[in-house]
Design a protein around this ligand. Structure first.
Ligand code: SF4
Length: 241
């Protein structure tokens, strides 16, 4: 069994605790307007690797992952599209090295499809992009009901998870939407952290390289003040629980 891999980073510091091996999976069913990896969308592209080949890439850096409280993170693209393969990889990382495992997902996944993978996942980073259903479709080309269902499923399992929200001026920073996001987070019992990720333009060159028109050409990056305001609004929503 082989996985479709977009790329990997042996020294990741932003996708979960500590220093991490970050595996970017190929394939995504969303088309976020701000995506910084549009070259990860197509399922049949990328390189094919089996579990052993990936383990060989991880092994030289194990001391860093262990001493920093890190481990392995799978992200994308959307990793749950290859859930059976990743369940094997995580199981082997745990069996051989007791490595900490993180799944970074957009949650566009039927819970039953991810069950086996979640059994060997220590922490989930769930990206909630927009609570407003119509704006979610406009932003990502897909509805958000599955993401909400996935969040409730994680909560029922008692799986620790972080919520991540990309703050995109004009798209995800409306006051009422942020308060709704807070209310939704407040309805969950196992969210251990909230991360607001300011929109950035680092992937714009990829859209150009691929001959695609970048949809957020005029969108600015948010200031620290705007990020703090968003945090306050989400917290206000949480407190309305
Ligand atoms: S879910 Fe992630 S990889 Fe998929 S389109 Fe959105 S930002 Fe890109």
């Amino acid at each position: 069994m082989k996985g479709r891999i977009h790329s990997f980073d042996t020294f990741g510091t932003v996708d979960g605790p500590g220093i991490r091996f970050v595996l970017f999976m190929q394939g995504c069913a969303l088309q976020c307007k701000y995506c910084h990896n549009p070259d990860s969308w197509e399922m049949n592209e990328g390189m094919q690797m089996d579990v052993e080949e990936i383990m060989n890439e991880i092994e030289p850096y194990l001391a860093y992952y262990r001493s920093s409280g890190g481990g392995i993170t799978v992200t994308g693209g959307e990793p749950t599209l290859q859930a059976p393969f990743l369940a094997r990889l995580f199981a082997e990382c745990k069996r051989r090295w007791g490595l900490h495992t993180v799944l970074d997902t957009n949650g566009f996944c039927e819970p039953s499809h991810a069950r086996e993978l979640l059994e060997v996942t220590d922490l989930v980073l769930l990206d909630l992009k927009q609570l407003n259903p119509d704006r979610h479709i406009e932003l990502t080309a897909q509805p958000n009901d599955r993401m909400k269902r996935f969040a409730h499923y994680l909560d029922e399992l008692g799986k620790p998870f972080w919520i991540r929200h990309v703050l995109v001026p004009g798209w995800t920073d409306d006051s009422s939407d942020l308060i709704e996001l807070g209310k939704f987070i407040g309805s969950l019992d196992h969210v251990s952290k909230l991360e607001i990720l300011p929109y950035h333009r680092m992937g714009v060159y990829k859209w150009r390289q691929m001959g695609k028109e970048y949809p957020l050409e005029l969108c600015p990056t948010p200031s620290d003040q705007e990020v703090n305001r968003a945090k306050e609004l989400i917290d206000a929503g949480i407190s309305l629980r």
